[in-house]
Ligand binder design. Structure first.
Ligand code: GCU
Length: 138
């Protein structure tokens, strides 16, 4: 299966900051959502065809309070107030995985904070095309 990682720091950020003070992230940093409802990260994911993929959001939440986010694909919320529970510390990164349908061409995948605490710190979005492994005819 082809797996592609899209860093949060390279995505479109609304009311959040790229930071790097909590180790364990991939790329050059992570997004610290502003502590308010509606802050978001929006990734552009190009898909060669309409298909089902597995999305994995990598995040840290150093509090003991859930930081839920709406997950939308092309403007349609497909997971409402999805929980991003505490991970124990800001340097403990966890993953949250869901299956979605992508259209052919550019898709917008957005994770929007739904509480005044904002989102967790978000490191990346990984897209797995779920294709079976290629057959080795050798
Ligand atoms: C701390 C932490 C940040 C985090 C913030 C928050 O300031 O260092 O990385 O984003 O808490 O609660 O959102």
């Amino acid at each position: 299966a082809a797996v592609t990682r899209y860093e949060a720091e390279d995505a479109t950020i609304s009311r959040g900051a790229v930071e790097s003070d909590h180790p364990g992230f991939t790329g050059t940093g992570f997004v610290n959502y502003d502590n308010l409802t509606g802050s978001y990260v929006d990734w552009t994911v190009d898909s060669p065809q309409a298909r089902t993929v597995t999305l994995t959001l990598r995040y840290a939440n150093g509090t003991t309070t859930d930081r839920p986010m709406d997950i939308s694909v092309n403007g349609t919320v497909i997971s409402t107030a999805r929980p991003f529970n505490g991970t124990g510390s800001w340097t403990s990164w966890a993953t949250n995985t869901l299956t979605v349908s992508l259209a052919a061409g550019n898709n917008h995948i957005r994770a929007t904070a739904t509480t005044a605490n904002g989102g967790p710190n978000v490191d990346s979005l990984t897209v797995d095309d779920q294709a079976p492994p290629a057959t080795d005819w050798s």
